[in-house]
Design a protein around this ligand. Structure first.
Ligand SMILES: CC(C)(COP(=O)(O)OP(=O)(O)OC[C@H]1O[C@@H](n2cnc3c(N)ncnc32)[C@H](O)[C@@H]1OP(=O)(O)O)[C@@H](O)C(=O)NCCC(=O)NCCS
Length: 444
């Protein structure tokens, strides 16, 4: 095997690639010091075939991968890049990885260059299988989790007409053991990043979300900067006041997903804060494997409630959370009650998210080519499914789609009961008039 260079810039130049980012330049010498052509086990056709078999990949994907190995013969410099990717992905702390800086291997190097990162990802499969076996994780869960590799290789074909793998940053979650597919849904260890506060009433177990302090809202309870209106003046700004003894005052978020302009007061003797920004969560993700049947989603949550405490007793988490295009509460008015999306929304405590816009909605419903489709060109969007048609009609009526967020506490799980709307709803009295009167009394 010819290894023309151990210098990153030379290797990239030999491949006609533009310079890699700072993170690659910094880490390159250390990985290349360990470079040994004999360690490139993952570029061996037998390894690739075996791994594809273990993962249950379709024959056409497996054959394409084996054929794609030929690019390493034609471009020996790619050996060092693949080794570097392998070392970064599997021997480097995750928080230093800047996936946006990983060089794209262009199609000009050969039709199969788009599969280059698939080899890097597959190189970690045997070690991951062993690690998860040692943790007592059922192999069926590990393999189901890893089925996302093939899904994203095929997604590349859906988007660009050719098998490939771009989603390396996403798949790092799977390869590093942060994400698991449990039934229909995927769950990832995450930290909640919204300045919202969840409280629970001790006796009744009612739950309520309050907005954080000084958050700008519109009249309809969405954030003022939603729908691309970065500089819009807010209709009102939230208060989250913990300064008074015995009481917390704040603006509730209705479980249907909008903030309310009137404040409520929660007596500290009755209410406990159960979830806030920075708390550990299990982020929920919905892979594109077909419809999200309501029953399967409920079963996924139930299984996750058993799986994580059993296998990760030292990684506590407080809630299931999700941010997604499909958490837009407007779907509840636009799609039929029988829609899986609508039924999912009904089970969750929905909340608005800052800077919410339609990008992901368009991307996931019309396709990536339509991500930034302007309003006046909506007729160009595909119109095959009812959802696609509804999306277009809504925008033509002058309205906007946007992302939303949600929370579901594991102790509240009672799928189909719509717990936050019908069981644990905290219909608190509107105390704002009383509070205003009291503060004017104090002033007077
Ligand atoms: C999330 C997902 C599984 C929901 O699909 P579903 O279970 O069929 O949802 P619903 O039952 O509510 O669908 C209602 C209608 O919308 C259509 N629809 C749903 N998702 C659609 C999508 N992403 N694109 C186009 N149409 C879609 C359905 O086909 C159905 O139309 P029909 O009445 O003409 O048959 C599906 O959108 C999907 O796989 N998306 C890709 C993955 C994704 O977006 N994950 C979340 C990322 S954060």
């Amino acid at each position: 095997m010819k290894n023309s260079t151990n210098d990153l810039e030379q290797a990239l130049a030999a491949l006609n690639l533009t310079s890699a980012g700072e993170s690659w330049r910094k880490s390159w010498p250390a990985s290349q010091a360990l470079f040994d052509p004999g360690k490139l086990f993952f570029l061996n056709p037998e390894f690739v075939a075996d791994t594809c078999r273990t993962l249950g990949m379709a024959a056409d994907v497996r054959d394409a991968l084996i054929r794609a190995l030929d690019i390493f013969n034609r471009h020996p410099e790619l050996h060092r890049l693949a080794w570097h990717g392998h070392v970064l992905l599997f021997q480097t702390p995750g928080d230093t990885l800047r996936f946006d800086e990983w060089p794209r291997i262009p199609r000009e190097l050969g039709e199969s260059a788009t599969l280059f990162y698939a080899f890097v990802v597959l190189s970690g499969v045997p070690a991951l299988l062993k690690k998860q076996r040692d943790l007592g994780i059922p192999e069926s869960i590990t393999l189901d989790t890893l089925s996302d590799i093939e899904l994203w290789i095929k997604e590349h074909r859906n988007q660009y007409g050719i098998l490939g793998l771009d989603a390396i940053g996403w798949l790092y979650n799977h390869m590093s053991g942060r994400l698991f597919k449990i039934g229909r849904l995927q769950f990832r260890f995450e930290v909640w990043d919204y300045d919202l506060h969840a409280f629970r009433r001790r006796q009744s177990r009612q739950a309520i979300l309050l907005a954080g302090d000084k958050m700008p809202f519109r009249e309809d309870g969405q954030f003022a900067d939603a729908d691309g209106a970065a500089d819009a003046a807010p209709a009102w700004v939230s208060i989250f006041d913990t300064s008074r003894a015995g009481v917390i005052r704040g603006h509730p978020i209705a479980p249907e997903g909008h903030a309310r302009p009137n404040t409520v007061e929660l007596a500290r003797a009755e209410w406990d804060e159960i979830f806030k920004k920075g708390d550990p969560a299990l982020g929920v993700h919905i892979p594109a494997t077909g419809p999200m049947s309501h029953q399967e989603c409920g079963e996924s949550f139930r299984q996750a409630c058993r799986f994580f405490p059993a296998h990760f007793p030292d990684r506590p988490w407080k809630a299931f959370t999700c941010t997604s295009w499909l958490l837009d509460p407007q779907f509840e008015r636009q799609l039929p009650e029988s829609s899986n999306i609508v039924r999912f929304l009904g089970e969750m405590y929905l909340h608005p998210v800052p800077k919410a816009n339609a990008r992901q909605t368009y991307q996931r419903v019309f396709g990536p080519a339509f991500e930034s489709l302007p309003m006046e060109r909506m007729d160009e969007a595909p119109q095959t499914t009812s959802l696609q048609r509804i999306l277009v009609q809504h925008v033509k009526a002058g309205k906007r789609w946007r992302m939303g967020g949600c929370v579901l506490f594991p102790e509240d799980l009672d799928w189909r009961a719509q717990v936050y709307r019908k069981v644990l709803r905290a219909d608190l009295p509107d105390l704002s008039a009383y509070i205003e009167k009291r503060s004017s009394d104090a002033l007077g």
